[in-house]
Ligand binder design. Structure first.
Ligand code: MTE
Length: 400
């Protein structure tokens, strides 16, 4: 029995892997139109298997443990986490490493299913700093990594992965054990009752239905850590990837920080624009995000295949939460103080004179972050089709 079938799913969601497991994204225009925070109904879902079923009455007693290279292994219930630790709230954008994979599959089939550009969503997460809990368990001097394990039993064991311990302990990275999302309990698809949230990193590191933190001196040896969420060198073919396991054992190819990315929500790809009687300008708009807490510092749009670029305006809605914290709008729970970094998507727009659009066949967008990581012109194809972030392109036509 799983709640998969009990949860009403929004009919607008696009199913990416048939009926099961549940993997969905919203149409980009719907996602964009919701604004900065994504409703649970349209939040993308990436499940490797069935959603673990938890009796409602058992939720407060949901146990998770901190073990491994620690002096003081502990087991904590959700109730204790909510009552005995400081609970904080802040917005985080989660992105699946497969976001925009469809474009890779068009060039050459990867081993992954075709995400459009809506494998990205933002929520206000509520929970406890992972570092508060780990500190209680007293990691030993050899401790270097935090392995996480979920409760979803999959063909190759429980879903699990790891991040570096110093990232999890760094207050500026905001790594959280979350139980709430947009002021309510997590929904089953998003890890109810407890998940990790690793801001700025690929969604695959934010383990749902969290049961265990295992402190180790090496990265996770979980099947899903090794055989998933990697960008192998581009020349490795699907056949080589299947027959030469050594490619997968190289931790250098594991991906953590998101790559800089952007997409155009309006107009839609292949939209026929009716500009008759319209104002002199057409507003082109979309989203952008950076990785590892790096802020997007510019978004540029081209109407001539990248020969020349125009600068778009950017709205950093995330910053309004910093203002809200100063005004104490969330009953002291909003905690943005650590946030020198930027862990959310931003929205951009640019008004293009209709006269310029008239000659254009397509519109391109690219973003750059504060470390000058610029989206590349060319695609870096790889066998899992992850981290796809070349210039985003849509084609348009004009109605006369
Ligand atoms: N955690 C568990 N236990 N099982 C999973 O299948 N999928 C991961 C991650 N955590 C997964 C998981 C992947 S690949 C992504 S992108 C995010 O969860 C998706 O989170 P969401 O479904 O809440 O959007």
């Amino acid at each position: 029995k799983t709640p998969d079938h009990q949860v009403p799913r929004d009919p607008r969601l696009i199913r990416l892997t048939g009926v099961h497991p549940f993997n969905v994204e919203a149409p980009l225009s719907d996602l964009y139109s919701e604004g900065f925070l994504t409703s649970p109904e349209l939040f993308y879902v990436r499940n490797h298997g069935p959603v673990p079923y938890v009796e409602e009455a058992a939720i407060p007693n949901w146990e998770f443990s901190v073990e491994g290279l620690v002096e003081n292994p502990i087991t904590i219930t959700l109730k204790e986490l909510m009552n005995e630790y400081m609970n904080v709230t802040y917005p985080v954008t989660l992105v699946c490493a497969g976001n925009r994979r469809k474009e890779q599959n068009v060039v050459r089939k990867t081993k992954g299913f075709s995400w459009g550009p809506a494998g990205v969503s933002t929520a206000l997460f509520t929970g406890v700093a992972m570092s508060d809990v780990i500190r209680k368990a007293k990691p030993t001097r050899r401790a270097r990594y935090v392995c996480m394990e979920g409760a979803d039993k999959l063909p190759n064991g429980y879903y699990g992965t790891s991040v570096k311990l110093n990232w999890a302990m760094d207050p500026n990275r905001g790594v959280m054990l979350a139980h709430g999302m947009n002021g309510e309990m997590l929904r089953p698809d998003h890890g109810k009752p407890l998940r990790a949230v690793i801001p700025g990193q690929i969604g695959g590191r934010s383990v749902k239905w969290l049961k265990k933190l295992i402190i180790t001196d090496a990265p996770s040896d979980n099947w899903y850590h090794i055989w998933d969420n990697r960008v192998l060198p581009t020349m490795v073919s699907p056949e080589q990837a299947a027959n030469e396991p050594d490619w997968w054992k190289d931790e250098r190819y594991a991906i953590y920080d998101l790559s800089t990315n952007s997409a155009i929500a309006y107009p839609a790809h292949e939209e026929q624009l009716c500009l008759v009687g319209a104002p002199d300008y057409y507003r082109v708009k979309g989203y952008a995000y950076g990785g590892g807490g790096r802020r997007v510092t510019r978004v540029e749009v081209s109407l001539d295949k990248g020969k020349t670029w125009q600068l778009a305006k950017i709205d950093y809605a995330e910053d309004r939460y910093r203002d809200a914290e100063e005004q104490d709008l969330f009953g002291g729970k909003l905690d943005m103080a650590w946030r020198e970094s930027s862990f959310c998507w931003c929205f951009w727009n640019i008004d293009i004179p209709v006269s310029e659009l008239q000659g254009a066949k397509d519109i391109l967008v690219r973003a750059m972050d504060e470390s000058m990581n610029l989206q590349p012109r060319d695609m870096y194809w790889s066998v899992l089709g992850m981290m796809n972030n070349p210039w985003y392109r849509i084609t348009i036509s004009l109605e006369n």
